[in-house]
Design a protein around this ligand. Structure first.
Ligand code: UD1
Ligand code: CA
Length: 454
């Protein structure tokens, strides 16, 4: 159905006590307003407008995208005044769906249902709340028809007892919006131009007023403070956890996983407690993720095991690889099949070939490592001279002794062995032992210095 969507996001959010505008606070790693914009886009509106105000330029810069119009509301004189600022950017012949920038979890399916209900008039998304305090109440006639919305501050004690509230999300029919909005008055307890007053106007004009309801109250929960933000974050995460389990993922504890992006899982994936996934992460069949891993923008192939406390950022892990505990894979890392990267090993911008191992305490940066290479404990690629970065090439079947430094650019030939403690400054020939260290000597008559007396 062709429509306009207007997202109201000009409110200040004083109760967040933050320098960041409210609608830019993240939920599941994504700004509140971006959640709403993404949901709105699923409806494929003809026009999508954000009404912004406080901290406006920051909001606009961080959310702006093709196909988004921005209407400045300054000063902020109420929700009706806010919507009026969007009029120049919409097609007034089409219905207009109003969303709130601080109500992030409303589902496209719920909005579609509302639009469908309101096809011949004005549609309100309403919900019954055990504690309706603070919300506008839906006033109905005895036969059930909606008469209007009354704000809490303007309500009589009888009206305050109504538990059906206005979520704020509504559809306004095409053709009359401009007229209704220009005729709003601010003669009310808050001295604001209430968008909600258009409902009574529609009733007077004989426009049918319909209502629809969300799947759950969480969908229409707004965020005014950090406690509400945390509460919605948990709801969102629980829903994602349930969706993952329904696909067959084994979660050690659905209350202890955080997905801040999209997590794609194959069959028989298992995830232990305390893991955080960010951006797009793909876990192929039978991948096991140990406790307390942070995995961002990564692709983990079938059968790989990621042990506890591992951090992976923009990296690829090959099939049956074993990573961690306490490993760190940084951007540009790609591990081939069966690679082992063990504790306190950091790998950055490096390719590691099939079956190679770096099991303890190493830094592998800007390196091309072949197959079946063994990188001893304490090995470091010295990839940076303080100004420029250089690559290290380690060919197949190399054995690197412990505590070796490879001063890049440098190449270790196929099958070479580097003796422990080597500082490699020139290429090492294939199939030979290269060692660079002072020959071992023992001074048999040597005495330890003694403390001088007196
Ligand atoms: C509004 C509704 C109320 C409803 C409640 C649901 C009105 C008059 N009241 O009340 O019936 O139960 O939402 O949460 O509409 N905004 C602007 N410009 C403004 C004022 C608000 O853009 O001048 C935006 C805010 O950023 C926010 C939304 O509109 O996203 C709602 O504003 P808010 O002040 O929270 O409205 P309420 O008084 O809570
Ligand atoms: Ca509010």
């Amino acid at each position: 159905m062709p429509l306009n969507v207007v997202i109201l996001a000009a409110g200040q959010g004083k109760r967040m006590y933050s320098n960041l505008p409210k609608v830019l606070h993240p939920l599941a790693g994504k700004a509140l307003l971006r959640h709403v914009v993404d949901t709105a886009r699923q409806l494929q509106p003809e026009n999508l407008v954000v009404v912004y105000g406080h901290g406006g330029e920051v909001v606009r810069q961080s959310i702006d995208a093709a196909g988004l119009a921005w209407a400045l509301q300054s000063p902020q004189l109420g929700t009706g005044h806010a919507l009026a600022q969007a009029l120049p950017f919409i097609d007034e012949r089409l219905p207009t769906l109003v969303l709130y920038g601080d109500v992030p979890l409303v589902q496209a399916s719920t909005l579609q249902h509302l639009l469908h209900q309101a096809a011949d008039g004005l549609g309100l998304l309403t919900v019954r709340l055990a504690n309706p305090q603070g919300y506008g109440r839906i006033v109905r006639e005895a036969t059930g028809g909606v008469l209007g919305i009354v704000e809490e501050k303007d309500a009589t004690p009888g009206q305050r007892a109504i538990d059906e509230v206005n979520t704020g999300i509504m559809v306004l029919p095409g053709g009359r919006l401009a007229e209704w909005l220009t005729r709003l008055s601010n003669d009310n307890a808050q001295g604001e131009y209430y968008l909600t007053d258009v409902v009574a106007r529609a009733v007077t004009a004989g426009v049918p007023v319909r209502s629809a309801h969300p799947e759950g109250a969480w969908e229409v929960q707004g965020i005014n403070n950090k406690a509400q933000l945390a509460e919605l974050e948990r709801i969102y995460q629980q829903r994602q956890a349930v969706a993952l389990m329904n696909q067959g993922v084994r979660l050690a504890d659905p209350d202890r996983i955080d997905v801040r992006g999209t997590l794609e899982c194959g069959r028989d994936v298992s995830i232990d407690v305390g893991c955080i996934f960010e951006g797009h992460v793909r876990l192929a069949e039978a991948v096991e993720i140990g406790p307390y891993c942070v995995i961002r923008e990564a692709d983990i192939a079938a059968g790989a095991r990621i042990a506890a406390f591992t951090h992976i950022d923009k990296a690829q892990v090959g099939p049956d690889a074993v990573v961690g505990p306490y490993a760190r894979l940084r951007p540009g890392t790609s591990l081939a099949a069966g690679v082992h990267v063990g504790n306190f090993v950091e790998v950055k911008n490096s390719q590691i070939g099939p079956g190679s191992k770096a099991n303890h305490l190493a830094y592998v940066g800007d390196a091309d490592v072949g197959a079946r290479v063994n990188i001893g404990a304490g090995t470091i690629t010295c990839n940076y001279d303080g100004a420029n970065k250089f690559r290290t090439v380690i060919e197949d079947d190399v054995f690197i002794g412990s505590d070796t430094q490879l001063v890049a650019p440098v190449r270790v030939g196929q099958g070479a062995t580097l003796g422990a403690g080597t500082t490699l400054t020139r290429d090492a020939p294939p199939n030979a032992l290269t060692v660079s260290r002072v020959r071992q000597t023992s001074l048999l008559n040597w005495k330890r210095p003694e403390k001088k007396k007196g």
